[in-house]
Structures are given as structure tokens and as C-alpha cells.
Design a protein around this ligand. Structure first.
Ligand SMILES: C[S@@+](CC[C@H](N)C(=O)[O-])C[C@H]1O[C@@H](n2cnc3c(N)ncnc32)[C@H](O)[C@@H]1O
Length: 237
């Protein structure tokens, strides 16, 4: 075994604005020899890569960027083969003693492709670390100027709109719903069914140049869309 193997570092790059990177993320991206930037399509640039472009362009030393493809498909078998392919690319670098930073939108521990690839690599005995990032929904709350939780309020975070939502909402004072570009109609119906007074805010492309903050539901969606619902009635200040 090569005792000088590199380590894999999942680096959260925040929701979009490069000023929302942590100091630790910046220092790591200025130093690691390999940047792994996942992209969802051959024709579209990696969003995470565009966030750190300024840091990488400012580097004088040699570094490489690898961009494995992670298409947005549901087929589990096909997805697994993409994860395995990306893990192999990364392991090739680690075996040469090079650290690899896997950049991920928001935080690497929150619904990120990083976790699937990291598990494969971790299972093979490599060192895997994470640098947390500002996640998309706290970024969205800041852009919308609302707080997510106060006192004993319960914050619910769901990765997509599906039938589980209706029941889960009953326990939530605030609901964060991700990937709302899909099933936006279903989301609206489920939220409207809840009899409580509520404030609904949607944020698209949070903290990016084309950020949009809507009152209510965002009808036609960009992929980077998040809806926050605050149920009123628990704020007896
Ligand atoms: C695969 S998840 C990635 C979550 C990310 N790891 C995080 O920590 O926030 C993708 C979803 O996160 C939300 N998201 C990520 N970045 C966003 C942004 N800049 N603006 C609004 N929503 C965003 C959207 O709901 C999007 O569909």
C-alpha cells in the first residue's frame, strides 16, 4: 500500500456568491493539486466550478481539474456506474499522493453527490474529510430576509416534493422544500391544503447575479429553486 496516499476533501462552496466561501475552503482550494468538479451535463459548465473560478484563476502553481459527469437521472444502476467511474478517477490521483478537493454546491453533507462517491472511496480505506459550506437554504433565508427557526420551532427540510410532505408538514413550524422546480403544482396544492396561516417565499439562484426572490411559489423553475414556508402562530413574542 502507498503510505503517501492523498486524501479526498469534500469542500462546500456555498450557494453561489464566491464571498460566501469559508476561509478554510479558500485556503484549501488555493493549495490542493486536484480539483474535482461534478457536472450534470457535458454541455453545461459545473456551477460549483464557476463559484471557485476566481480562486483557481488566481493560482500560480500547477493544478488540474477533473469534471466527472453525474447526470440527473433516476436509474439507480446507471447512477452507480457514474459514481464508480468518478471514484476511480479520484483514486488514481490519491494513489499518486495528490489530495483531491471535491467541490460541492452548498454543504457536502446536505444532499450532495459527494456523499456517494466519498462512501466508495472511504470503503477502500482512503482518508476522507469535509469542509462545511453555507448551505443553500440558510442562504435562501438570508436572501429572503426571514429566519428559519425561533424558540422551540421545528424546521423541516425535504429534498423534493412528494407524498410524504403532507404528513411531515403537520410537525413543522417552518418547511424548507428543495428541488421545487419539479412538481411545483403538487407543492402548491399540498401547502394550500394546510389550514394554518403561512408565509411562502421562493428563491431561485440564491446569491448569484440572477437571483430571484418571490413571494409565494415559483411557477416555472430553474433547478436551483428552494421554497420556504413559515407557518404563523407559534411566535408569541
Ligand atoms: C442536490 S441539492 C444540493 C444541496 C446543497 N448541497 C446544499 O447544501 O444546499 C440541490 C438543491 O439545493 C437547492 N439549491 C442549491 N443551491 C441553490 C441556490 N443557489 N438557490 C436556491 N436553491 C439552491 C435547490 O433546491 C436545488 O434543487
Amino acid at each position: 500500500m502507498n503510505m503517501n496516499r492523498g486524501k479526498l476533501i469534500g469542500v462546500g462552496v456555498g450557494p453561489g456568491d464566491p464571498e460566501l466561501l469559508t476561509v478554510k475552503a479558500v485556503k484549501t482550494l488555493e493549495r490542493v493539486p486536484v480539483i474535482c468538479a461534478p457536472k450534470s451535463s457535458q454541455n453545461k459548465p459545473s456551477v460549483a466550478l464557476s463559484i471557485v473560478r476566481g480562486i483557481l484563476d488566481g493560482r500560480k502553481d500547477e493544478h488540474v481539474t477533473i469534471e466527472p459527469l453525474f447526470p440527473m437521472i433516476e436509474d439507480k444502476k446507471a447512477l452507480k456506474s457514474y459514481w464508480a467511474g468518478a471514484a476511480e478517477l479520484i483514486i488514481n490521483e490519491l494513489d499518486e499522493g495528490r489530495d483531491v478537493s471535491f467541490i460541492t454546491l452548498g454543504d457536502p453533507s446536505v444532499y450532495s453527490t459527494f456523499s456517494y462517491v466519498a462512501r466508495i472511496i472511504d470503503d477502500q480505506g482512503y482518508v476522507v474529510e469535509m469542509i462545511p459550506g453555507i448551505n443553500s437554504f440558510t442562504g435562501c433565508a438570508a436572501s429572503a430576509g426571514i429566519t428559519l427557526g425561533e424558540k422551540d420551532e421545528i424546521i423541516l427540510v425535504v429534498p423534493k416534493v412528494d407524498q410524504r410532505l403532507e404528513e411531515l408538514l403537520q410537525h413543522a413550524d417552518t418547511a424548507v422544500i428543495m428541488k421545487t422546480s419539479r412538481h411545483s403544482q403538487m407543492l402548491e396544492e399540498i401547502i394550500n391544503k394546510d389550514p394554518r396561516d403561512k408565509t411562502v417565499v421562493s428563491v431561485q439562484n440564491c446569491s448569484m447575479e440572477d437571483e430571484k426572490v418571490f413571494d409565494g411559489f415559483a411557477k416555472k423553475g430553474k433547478y436551483l429553486s428552494t421554497t420556504i414556508v413559515k407557518f404563523n402562530g407559534n411566535q408569541d413574542h
